[in-house]
Design a protein around this ligand. Structure first.
Ligand SMILES: *[C@@H]1O[C@H](CO)[C@@H](O)[C@H](O)[C@H]1NC(C)=O
Ligand SMILES: *[C@@H]1O[C@H](CO)[C@@H](O)[C@H](O)[C@H]1NC(C)=O
Ligand SMILES: *[C@@H]1O[C@H](CO)[C@@H](O)[C@H](O)[C@H]1NC(C)=O
Length: 361
């Protein structure tokens, strides 16, 4: 009776472990994309929309955001608005994005990573302030902007013509870094790569920048503590890359772009997450939706099985501790006693034998 009982407990426990641990992994709440080419084959327009003067080069190898004339402006936007907070209980979202770009040596506005709340006009653009000037003038919808600025604009208190700034609600930077300090020139015409990572858990955004082909820097170039879900008052947000030439002929090109959103379950909010582990996903790798899903199911199954095995181990351990130690219980004593008795008998025989041996001497 006893072993059967325990096996049943063990199986139930394993299945429960598998179920509860696998289910959260199967929920698809992580929109993502990645493009290294912008040709017909990559089908990028199902995910990314182009605005203003933005066009794809004839080979589909890059997107030219601005034209080489005064007051040109353009924008590349992810079509799906993202939700930074969702559900009940509320789950906050973290994200990572990676892109590679170049800015030609003129003193145009440069490039901006923008997060625009739903309601912010995506079509309205003009040739200054990263193409955001029309909407900014209205002050209705506050954007979140990370600027790669190549022009000194005294009106916005710009540091120099080569800085990275974090702008909250307007284009006045709340934090700014001199790109020359890390030996980078934003508008050298060279290809640069950028990683932007937002962690909902630690309420922090980090920006890393390096020349294309170089490693992801371990230290961010600039970081800022901010709760983006709080800033956007739970409104869905469009994100993208925006540029304008202002009074220049600066060309801004985009060579690759990937993005990954991840919901943080409410019960994980108190746990520190490893930002490195997450942001590695934001490499410019083309993502395949279906295989991604299969992979997730497999991961869930393997994880669940692992946890089931762990559960089985714990159950076995408990069983070993409580069941095999039973000799202390009175009923088991009856069983063990004859053994002791036999042992006593052997001892007696030995004693008798050695007594006889002694007699012979
Ligand atoms: C397109 O690709 C061809 C062949 O690789 C190259 O010769 C041409 O310069 C490219 N055109 C552009 C606009 O990059
Ligand atoms: C930016 O950094 C460069 C190199 O370190 C330095 O020469 C320059 O003065 C800095 N500019 C500002 C405004 O701090
Ligand atoms: C634009 O640039 C030209 C030549 O660099 C200059 O003469 C002109 O004053 C500039 N206009 C504005 C509005 O800054």
């Amino acid at each position: 009776m006893a072993p059967n009982h325990h096996i049943r407990y063990l199986l139930t426990f394993s299945f429960l472990a598998l179920f509860f641990l696998a289910v959260p992994l199967l929920v698809d709440s992580s929109p993502s994309f990645g493009f290294q080419k912008f040709d017909k084959g990559s089908n990028f327009e199902s995910q990314i929309a182009l605005y203003g003067d933005t066009k794809v080069d004839e080979n589909g190898s890059y997107v030219q955001i601005t034209g080489s004339w005064n007051l040109s402006a353009g924008r590349v936007m992810y079509r799906k608005p993202i939700k930074l907070v969702e559900g009940n209980p509320r789950r906050k979202a973290s994200f990572g994005t990676y892109f590679s770009f170049s800015l030609s040596p003129e003193d145009g506005d440069g490039l901006a990573f923008v997060m625009l709340p739903v309601g912010f006009s995506l079509d309205g653009y003009d040739g200054t302030l990263f193409g955001l000037s029309n909407e900014l003038a209205e002050k209705k919808n506050r954007p979140f902007v990370i600027e790669f600025d190549t022009k000194i604009d005294a009106k916005y208190g710009d540091l120099n013509g080569n800085h990275v700034g974090i702008d909250v609600g307007s284009l006045v930077s709340v934090k700014v870094t001199n790109a020359s300090d890390v030996k980078l020139v934003l508008n050298s015409g060279e290809k640069l790569q950028c990683w932007i990572d937002y962690e909902a858990t630690s309420k922090r955004i980090e920006v890393r920048l390096s020349k294309l082909g170089k490693k992801r820097p371990s230290d961010p170039l600039i970081s800022y503590p901010i709760d983006l879900s709080e800033m956007f008052k739970n409104k869905p947000v469009f994100l993208g890359l925006s540029s304008s030439t202002a009074n220049s002929t600066q060309i801004c090109n985009l060579y690759s772009w990937s993005f990954k959103l991840r919901q943080v379950p409410y019960w994980m909010h108190s746990q520190p997450l490893d930002p490195e582990a997450f942001t590695k996903d934001a490499e410019p790798v083309a993502l395949h939706k279906r295989s991604d899903c299969i992979l997730r199911v497999l991961t869930a199954l393997i994880f669940g099985t692992g946890c089931g095995a762990l559960g089985a181990f714990i159950a076995l351990f408990v069983w070993t501790v409580f069941v095999t130690k039973r000799p202390v219980a009175p009923e088991e004593y009856v069983v063990t006693r004859p053994v002791n008795y036999e042992y006593d008998k052997v001892k007696v025989l030995v004693v008798e034998k050695s007594a006889k041996d002694d007699d012979r001497k």
